[in-house]
Each structure stands twice: as structure tokens, then as C-alpha cells.
Ligand binder design. Sequence first.
Ligand SMILES: [Mn+2]
Length: 279
Amino acid sequence: MATYVIGDVQGCFQSLTRLLKHIQFDQKNDVLWFTGDLVNRGSESLAVLRFVSSLGSQHITVLGNHDLHLLAVADGTAKLHAEDTLQEILASPDRDQLLHWLINRPLLHYDEHVNVVLTHAGIAPCWTLHQAILLAKEVENILHGDKAHLLLSHLYGNQPDLWDDGLEGYDRYRCIVNYFTRMRLCDEKGRLDFAYKGTLQHRPTHLFPWFAVPNCKVKDVDIVFGHWAALGGEVNVPRVYALDTGCVYGNKLTALCLETRERFFVKCWRIDTNFTKNS
Ligand SMILES: [Mn+2]
């Protein structure tokens, strides 16, 4: 038995199929974790969603910003963007079943046996692991309940951009979701920057990648995340694993074996996608 964490698939079903073949994925014995952003920008989001949701207890998926965008569009609280490739899901006969499955995914998964935590973008530098687990649960409870529509309709926006324990209501939930699904750079206090999406090398010098903010509170756990394709899977920080390797941009799709920490990847081509802008 092996556990593989797979980076952002973003609708690239052919690449996912090739990667699973490469790692000789055994559906009876192996477990797959996904870093989120299963859908959008790639050309086969529906196939990815159908496949991953069919894995049942053999898998873990955390929600990414593109997954939440799909849920908000389906809910009527957000509009499709020009570069979105979600129409096929929205028009499919099994959409309600797939979306119900998707909205019930967590924002964070922590496995105490292997001491690994998985989220889409990372963990706010001002949170301990325990706090992050509780805050993810707060939002998940609403997404999984009858107030999900209200939350989705208040989800968008960049404010508040700094965590404060005293935040309440939708400001609190939006801030939590932004840390878990959109974070890349922060200032030394942990204030989110939403503008920069590039490499570590060229980042604004007053900002830090979230995992290298001084006095980062998450310690003694391995953190696996996706979302930041420009990292190319490299962070050079112990116990932090970046797995978005830009599959949808024609780069690579990566799997990390949790038992051996070995990485596997397949090269991707833009034939999997009808999206070419690197954003
Ligand atoms: Mn993302």
C-alpha cells in the first residue's frame, strides 16, 4: 500500500491518467490525496471530477480556489470567466451529484499517523496546526450545511487580508478561505498579498512566501500544498512540499509518495488544455 499526493490537476485528465499509470496506481490498495483545483482551465474537468469522486474512501481531496469558483458559479453567486472551462460540468446530467460531492470536501486534511497536513495553498504563518484545523472545520461546517449558499455569496474579496482572532461572520470565513486557498506571499505579520504569482527569486523583497515568514507558527509537521505553479515544486524549506508543477500550463503533473517521499511526474502538453495564459 502506498499513499500518493497529486498536485493541481485542473481538468487535465489525460495527464492524470498517465501519471497514475506511471506510479502503477493500485486502486484496491493505494490511496490518493489531491492538493485541490481538480477543475478548470484544462479541457477535461468533468472527467477528472467523475474519476476522483469515484475513488471513495481511497482518496482525500482538499478544496482549491478553482473548485470553490465552480461551486459559486453553479450556485449562481459567481459568473464564469472567459478562460473558465467549467461549462461541461455545469451542463452534465450528474452535475448535482458531483457538486454535492465537491462541496463536502475539506479545506484541510491532517493525518496524525504520518504527521502530514494537506491544504490547497498552505497554512497561515500566524496559525498553529491546531488552530488551522479548527478554523478549517468552522468553514467546512457551513459549506456542508444549509447556509452554504450564503457563504458562497460572501466568499469573494481580498479583505480582511490579515488574520485576527476577533474577526466575525463572513469577514472571518472569507479570510480563512483566502489563507487556505489563495495564499502565496505574506508580509512579516502574515498579511496576504494577492498580486504576486511569480517565482521566489523575483518576489518583492519586503514579502515572504507564507512558509518562510519569520516566526511561522506551524511547526513539527510536514505540509503539502499546491496552488503556486511558479514554484515549480521547489521551496528549499524542510518539511514543506510544493506539488503544483503547472500541469495545465504544459509543464508537469507531480505525485509525491508519502511513505518514501519520492516524487514522480509526467510531462504535460497544452493539448490537455485550451488555456495558454500563465496566470
Ligand atoms: Mn489554486
